[in-house]
Design a protein around this ligand. Structure first.
Ligand SMILES: [Zn+2]
Length: 207
């Protein structure tokens, strides 16, 4: 199993989800640091970037003397959810499949921090002073233009302020609280990753 993406914290956050939603993946995930830059690429660049990523994955498999069952590629859309999101995701997914075979494109709307806002109890478990304001609770967090700013200025504040390195721990807390499969509110990209992990777990992972 490979998790690819540009940001270490985001890769770790994605790993928490994969291992929680598919325990067979635990201990079998390696990470590849790659400046993905896929959804904004032209068709020709997209194919080339997918191929670059595929060659990195193959090189890693050779180095580790193993085979790769599947790849998850993370990227933030850096835009809110809209009718464009499924179209953008599908285009990149197809290009990645051509280069890699078994692969899932984890395109977060609007960014991976939006997923954290689905777990108010986990946020409060990180620091006593942290709390998700009622106006953001139970909402479509993919429609929020700047979830990172909400985490920094509205959820946290004086005392301990949210940092990007907190993201994996927040999802890990949600898993330990048993609420990772019960998000408060919704986010289409979070639903998508759950569907993808479930499919991967039954179809791509050798038992
Ligand atoms: Zn898979």
């Amino acid at each position: 199993m490979v998790v690819a993406g540009e940001d270490r914290n985001d890769r770790l956050a994605l790993r928490v989800l994969l291992e929680e939603f598919c325990p067979q993946m635990a201990g079998r995930i390696v990470e590849i640091n790659d400046k993905v830059r896929l959804h904004q690429a032209s068709d020709a660049n997209l194919a080339a970037r997918a191929e670059t990523l595929a060659s990195k994955v193959r090189a890693r498999a050779v180095r580790d003397d193993t085979s790769v069952a599947c790849v998850f590629v993370h990227e933030d859309l850096d835009n809110t959810d809209s009718d464009a999101y499924p179209i953008i995701r599908e285009r990149v997914q197809k290009a990645l499949e051509s280069a890699l075979g078994n692969v899932h494109y984890a395109l977060a709307v609007s960014e991976i921090e939006a997923w954290l806002l689905l777990f108010p109890d986990a946020l409060s478990a990180i620091a006593a002073s942290w709390s998700l304001p009622a106006k953001h609770k139970g909402k479509d967090t993919g429609r929020l233009p700047d979830p990172k700013k909400i985490l920094m200025n509205e959820v946290s504040g004086a005392g301990r302020r949210y940092r990007e390195s907190d993201a994996p721990e927040i999802l890990d807390r949600a898993a330990k609280l048993g609420v990772l499969d019960r998000p408060v509110g919704r986010n289409r990209s979070f639903d998508q990753i759950r569907v993808d992990v479930a499919r991967c777990c039954t179809e791509h992972i050798r038992k």
